[in-house]
Design a protein around this ligand. Sequence first.
Ligand code: C2O
Length: 490
Amino acid sequence: HGPKTRMTIGNGVIAPDGFRRPSFLLVDGVFPGPLIAAQKGDRFDIEVVNKLKDDSMSELTSIHWHGISQNGTNYADGTSFVTQCPITPNHTFTYSFSAQNQTGTFWYHSHYSCDGLRGPLVIYDPHDPMAHMYDVDDASTVITLADWYHAFARNLRHQIVFANSMLINGHGRYAGGHKSKLAVIKVRPGKRYRLRLIQMSCDSNVLFSIDGHNLTVIEADGLLTEPLLVDQLQIFAGQRYSVILSADQPVDNYWVRSLPDTPNATYDGGMNSAILRYKGAPRADPTTVNTTSTNPLQETNLHALINPGAPGVPGYGNANVNLKLEVSLIDTTFYINNVTFTPPTVPVLLQILWGVDPTQLLPNGSVYILGPNQVVELTMVITGLGGPHPIHLHGHTFDVVQSAGSSTFNYVNPVRRDVVSAGSAGQQMVIRWVTDNSGPWFLHCHIDWHLDDGFAVVMAESPLDTSAHVSPVPQDWGRLCPLYDNHQGM
Ligand code: C2O
């Protein structure tokens, strides 16, 4: 089976936690959207059809394939006003790209709003080096985690937002609601499972655990890690993990827990929970109790399995490019080195293709120019209130040489991933990557409201070199941008 070839984006009413909420953005009528499953090396040609017609929210859309490097296909990255013009209602756009050698757990989402439009994407590896760690088919064990709001996303801006519930595989319960259906993850006694956890929340980070079971982490954000045994994982918005579960406990039902960092979050009545059900156990809610974690995941204990080691000369400040980004929050606006991100009217990629002088690229002060094949060391310092902030870089994975809240640097075998927490006020994180992927790449907080409030910059990699790498753009990319057509005709 190859990757799905067509996705229709439309509005609909759904009630995943029992509360009916209109005007949600759905993919093929469902939330979370359908699983896109591919094999290593597959080509993706995904036609996105915009059938949005509810003017209580944006009718524009674009889809970002989170974690796919888009090497040579920057125009397929799906970020409106960075790499493309948005898809307008009743129009389509085909995202064509190859994930090259990437395998693992990814996802897709709109870069437009938090009102839905998100789903899982998995690239299977027929020669998975960790296959000895588990023995059942993967497709049935994707676990999506998503915070859920009963209000429209745009009504939640500029305030402290509380999720109404946490959905696991699209099901949940909210305080005061009915005991609606919960997701059931079925296992057979004695088997081992690779669970692919995908954190699709708009905001919340979660504490994930399964009562009575330890979990062995083997993947972070699409890259294998050295196996690490834990009993709980804090997972930030945008992050993914694969964990191995051994179904080695007595036949029974066990709570699967995903507690969001929302005030007053509880497990009462099955909130923030799903059910792990052994074959032979009754169809009932579990009665297991939550025990305090004694072995939670520490990011500094995670190590890349394959080809570990941060690029460049080891030691803080020894990269080719040493960048420091200071994040502050004033009222409800975020500033990075004193500049707040406002989307330009002409996508950055289009400006580059037009030949705009790189130093003049808009939005002014938010675009960082990087030369080709440089080792970049980026330090992000959080000075404003709030956090922890999950930071995502498009187009790359990076080595986390300093995790937020840790005083140690690791250039030897740090975790390599694509979303990392920069921590909260007074903390910093340090990452490294190599500029081997030409094009403008978004770097932003993966809390949707923070992105809306300006917490983003663009890393413009070798903008003078686009002819070699991101050109020619496909014709229907040009059709999205009336500006592009006009220019072509000049
Ligand atoms: Cu999932 Cu711009 O990111």
